[in-house]
Design a protein around this ligand. Structure first.
Ligand code: FAD
Length: 458
């Protein structure tokens, strides 16, 4: 039985007042806040950790556009700027399975700092949003906790880019979240130093020869609704050495933890910077006990994985731990129930919407699906999926927008989070400038502004 403690009411200082408040600085939050500030609107960006970038810089995910092939079409919005600016900083390397750049997660911290500062955003780091101020169904601000204490931030528009829909949930908005055993796995990302790149690449070329046939291996399961058209393309997926190490009793096999996955950049100096190889199931990332358990188990299993790599994978014999992600990586938690709920049918059938705020290629990755956008097919992202039903002037962007679990496997991808972020930031600006709420914003004006900023919406 849960015990309760009655927290006494108290007055708290207002930390800052702003026009637009964006909570969370992943691909969606960076996009929303930067585009809003560039339109000359007072914008505050609040982030719970010490750097901007969300999963890129905090978890260490490099592949912002690893789906991109010759025929892929996409929205061309601010997401592409992240790639370009990171390249200008020398913070990218060719991504091994696509026509894109893998982003150096460490350098991206600086890239994000610079883009935030250039746009004129007021940044606030080390600050958690923990409550909301809602009056008569309209959001007025959020309550935060930081080393400065409990503080309110008052805002005319709020954009929830926390990934977990924290603000929308605190505001009482309805959401869905699958049962624990159906949620996508969480990952402790790690990297290694001391890799003999040439030797490993020879092993990959001559022995492993991984393609999308292997994708997901024994643990993920896979299907491609477009008829397995890309099954023979190269995919940097490796699982057999871990499996063998477990069969040989060289490393333990823990319940609900799967070893195997992808690598990305291999530097000439012998760094393997994104080893996405620890998949932990039955974890709810909105539960502090599950988070604690899986952080610890993730680190333990990364060491098992390195032990297996040392013995079974040519080129990794002398590899050592270089670092862990700053935090565990969450793929799936809450989806808001917005004005429109994007569906599996939409993302697989090139859905078109009158309130489109951008497009995303037919790229679906997760829940046993892997479909690559090698055809030029794409779907539109509707504004309705960002709009909270219950609370006005509160928009949601990123991986927690409204959609079913397969649509989520498309819109959770970082470039699509940038699309929804840019759409939300732009809609908030237009709603402010025209004096209407976000629920009543003139979508044609939002689309016009997006188009003027180079976004493809149709
Ligand atoms: C291990 C892993 C590998 C992945 N691989 C890929 C890949 O290769 N390519 C790809 O495109 N996608 C990949 N994804 C998916 C993608 O990274 C995420 O879906 C995407 O980053 C979500 O973006 P977002 O902006 O919604 O949220 P996030 O990137 O999660 O950012 C949310 C931000 O909000 C902050 N925050 C959260 N709560 C609060 C709060 N209450 N107060 C203040 N701040 C808060 C967080 O610290 C964080 O900075 C991967 C995900 C994981 C976990």
């Amino acid at each position: 039985m849960i015990k309760y403690y009655e927290e006494p009411a108290k007055q708290i200082p207002v930390l800052i007042e702003t026009d637009i408040l964006v909570v969370g600085s992943g691909p969606s939050g960076l996009s929303a806040s930067i585009v809003a500030a560039r339109e000359g609107v007072d914008t505050v960006l609040v982030e719970r950790y010490g750097c901007f970038g969300g999963v890129i810089s905090q978890v260490g995910v490099e592949g912002i556009a690893w789906y991109r092939h010759e025929k892929t079409v996409e929205a061309n919005g601010i997401g592409n700027e992240f790639e370009k600016r990171a390249a200008e900083f020398g913070g990218t390397a060719p991504e091994p399975q696509s026509e894109s750049e893998a982003i150096d997660a460490e350098m991206f911290k600086v890239v994000a700092d610079v883009m935030v500062s250039e746009s004129g955003i007021t940044p606030i780091l080390h600050c958690w949003a923990v409550g909301v101020i809602v009056e008569n169904g309209v959001i007025k601000g959020v309550i935060t906790e930081s080393k400065s204490g409990r503080r309110a931030i008052m805002a005319k528009r709020v954009i929830d880019c926390t990934g977990d829909a924290d603000i929308a949930t605190l505001a009482g908005g309805p959401y869905t979240k699958g049962p624990k055993d159906k949620l996508m796995a969480v990952t402790q990302m790690f990297s290694c130093r001391g890799v003999d790149r040439e030797k490993f690449e020879k092993y990959v070329r001559e022995k492993l020869k991984p393609t999308y046939k292997d994708w997901g291996g024994k643990s993920w399961g896979q299907s491609d609704a477009t008829g397995n058209k890309d099954i023979d393309l190269f995919s940097p997926f490796i699982e057999s050495p871990f499996y063998q190490a477990q069969v040989d009793g060289y490393i333990p096999k823990e319940e609900n933890i799967f070893l195997g996955g992808t690598w990305s950049t291999l530097s000439p100096e012998g760094d393997a910077t994104q080893l996405n190889m620890i998949f932990m199931r039955h974890i709810d990332c909105t539960d502090v006990w599950d988070l604690t358990r899986s952080e610890i188990a993730g680190r333990r299993n990364a060491l098992y994985a390195i032990k297996a790599l040392n013995r079974y994978v040519p080129g990794f014999e002398k590899a050592r731990l270089r670092n862990f992600g700053l935090t565990l990586g969450t793929r799936e938690s809450r989806q808001i129930e917005g004005k429109y709920r994007l569906t599996e049918h939409d993302v697989y059938n090139q859905a078109r919407f009158e309130d489109s705020i951008g497009i995303f290629p037919e790229f679906i990755d997760g829940k046993g699906h892997v479909t690559l956008p090698t055809t030029g097919r794409y779907f539109q992202v509707p504004y309705g999926s960002l709009v909270m039903k219950a609370v006005d002037n509160l928009l949601v962007a990123g991986r927690s927008i409204s959609g079913d679990e397969i649509a989520h496997c498309a819109f959770r991808n970082m470039m699509c989070c940038a699309v929804s972020g840019q759409g939300a930031g732009t809609a908030a600006v237009v709603s402010l400038k025209t004096g209407v709420t976000t629920a009543n914003v003139d979508i044609r004006m939002v689309q016009d502004l997006l188009k003027r900023r180079g976004v493809r919406i149709h």
